[in-house]
Design a protein around this ligand. Structure first.
Ligand code: NAI
Length: 454
């Protein structure tokens, strides 16, 4: 009998195991694949590794000249990039494993299944053994949605179609890549393959790329990528895949474009099948485990954190949800403020945002005022982003004197946005924010400048 069993060792699972062990709980964590989950092994970290190589290559190939730096020959060695990615992933996975070991968390590398209630808690079976715990935390993550489009299944089987899993193992660069779905994964990987000199086409069902991105941000990103050579077909639904092409509907016409690889990035769905949820009667909704504010399910002492609860499929949300779960187990009140969770798209330029977009704020009836400043207001941005056309947009609630959202396009935005999240989390009035000192020269000063113009 242990205090806590964690199912899944992704960001939600491993952090919950760490926090619970730090608080003195005995913890067993089950992981059937690799510690670190999708984020570390086939998501956030692999993509950032690839995108960094792409950025360096972009500089070497042409952008460097804008800064007086020329290189005679630049080449991107994709196989090397993948090898380096593997090295980075291995180091980080081993770091998480070492931390868990130090904290005496038992990691069981098995596919675990909940088998029901026990006398004083819950039973979990794995590898022919049964474990018992007073509390359960389900953190089994999510998997790529595979839509029932004719040809997709066959394409996945033959290797013609890739999800985020296969793409990071790709040995050779494709010549013509079609990306189905212009959301976060689609855009980040379109960015890498475009920089790597592949011909990239993105087919997106909605009218805008980037899902819930602020419309002006989405438009700027699209324009920049069109200039770099990516073709976008928006408002287009893919109808079928054949051995060497993708067919979609565009303005009532059927169009086929050729491809030697297809990336499927049409969203993710929580991984809840075969977990034995029915043995405890855990409620689910739209394929996700239903949780309350404390991440507890309808069954006391059973929690679900991370992608599996379908609230906000981001690794950093998973971390917070893990902490909220453990705090609830410890009797400490805590909650996630979903309005203050930043989102980042690590394209070049980066996109980062937190809180309401202008549209969502107006729809919710706030008394909206916005200010939008070109990033050129920041000296540091000017020094480092020749020809950059990024901006920072602040969405403000006049009536309550609160920042509702901050949206940025421009490099360094990913490293700045947490500060914007704090302004929203702390619900600070403008006069208070004006007292903050922003280091000079940094791109973050754009926020200070924008605040003064509200
Ligand atoms: P997504 O939900 O961001 O985007 C999927 C896109 O596919 C949507 O725009 C949708 O309209 C489109 N789509 C759906 N069916 C389609 C069809 N049949 N034809 C054409 N387009 C279609 O999902 P994505 O990009 O797969 O990302 C999954 C999750 O992973 C997201 O929740 C995202 O937040 C997370 N993620 C976050 C990252 C980050 O924070 N930088 C990086 C990668 C993933």
């Amino acid at each position: 009998m242990v205090d806590l069993i964690v199912l899944g060792a992704g960001p939600a699972g491993y952090l919950a195991a760490e926090r619970a062990a730090q608080a003195g709980f005995s913890v067993v964590c089950f992981e059937k694949k690799s510690v670190g989950g999708v984020c570390l092994n086939e998501g956030c970290i692999p993509s950032k590794t690839l995108l960094n190589s792409a950025k360096i290559y972009d500089y070497a190939k042409h952008d460097g000249q804008k800064y007086g730096v020329s290189t005679s020959e630049a080449a991107l060695d994709h196989a090397f990039v993948i090898k380096r990615k593997d090295k980075v992933v291995r180091a980080l996975v081993s770091g998480v494993e070492t931390t868990l070991k130090k904290l005496k968390v038992e990691i069981v590398r098995e596919d675990a299944k909940i088998t029901g209630k026990s006398a004083s808690g819950f039973n979990v079976a794995a590898g022919g053994q049964t474990w018992e715990a007073g509390r359960l935390l389900i953190a089994t993550g999510s998997q790529a949605v595979v839509p029932p489009i004719p040809g997709v299944k066959e394409g996945l089987a033959s290797g013609f179609v890739m999800t985020n899993r296969e793409v990071f193992q790709l040995a050779e660069l494709p010549h013509e890549l079609v990306v189905i779905g212009g959301g976060v994964i689609g855009l980040e990987l379109a960015s890498y393959f475009n920089s790597a000199d592949c011909h990239v086409t993105v087919v997106e069902m909605l009218e805008d790329i980037g899902g819930s991105l602020d419309k002006e941000v989405a438009a700027l990103l699209r324009g920049n990528y069109e200039k770099k050579g990516i073709t976008f077909h928006t408002g287009c639904k893919v109808t079928s895949l054949s051995a060497n092409g993708v067919t979609f509907q565009e303005g009532g016409n059927s169009k086929t474009i050729s491809a030697d690889k297809v990336l499927l990035s049409v969203g993710r769905r929580p991984s809840i099948e075969s977990l034995g949820l029915e043995t405890l009667d855990v409620y689910t909704q739209c394929g996700a485990i239903l949780t309350g504010e404390s991440m507890q399910t309808n069954i006391p002492n059973v929690y679900a954190a991370g992608d599996v609860n379908g609230r906000s499929m981001l690794a950093h949300t998973a971390y917070r949800e893990a902490e909220v779960s453990v705090n609830h187990m410890l009797g400490k009140p805590d909650r996630v403020n979903y309005n203050a969770i930043p989102g980042v798209i690590y394209t070049n330029p980066e996109v980062a945002f937190v809180g309401e977009s202008e549209d969502s704020a107006r729809q919710k009836g706030f008394s909206v005022k916005t200010v939008k400043l070109p990033m050129q207001y920041s000296g540091r941005y000017m020094a480092e982003n020749e020809g950059g056309n990024g901006f920072c947009k602040v969405v403000y609630d006049k009536k309550n004197d609160r920042i509702l959202g901050i949206h940025m396009v421009g490099n360094s935005a990913s490293e700045i946005i947490y500060g914007a999240g704090m302004l929203i989390e702390m619900q600070l009035p403008l006069e208070k924010i004006k007292q903050f000192v922003f280091p000079h020269p940094t791109v973050s000063e754009i926020i200070r400048e924008a605040i003064y113009q509200l």
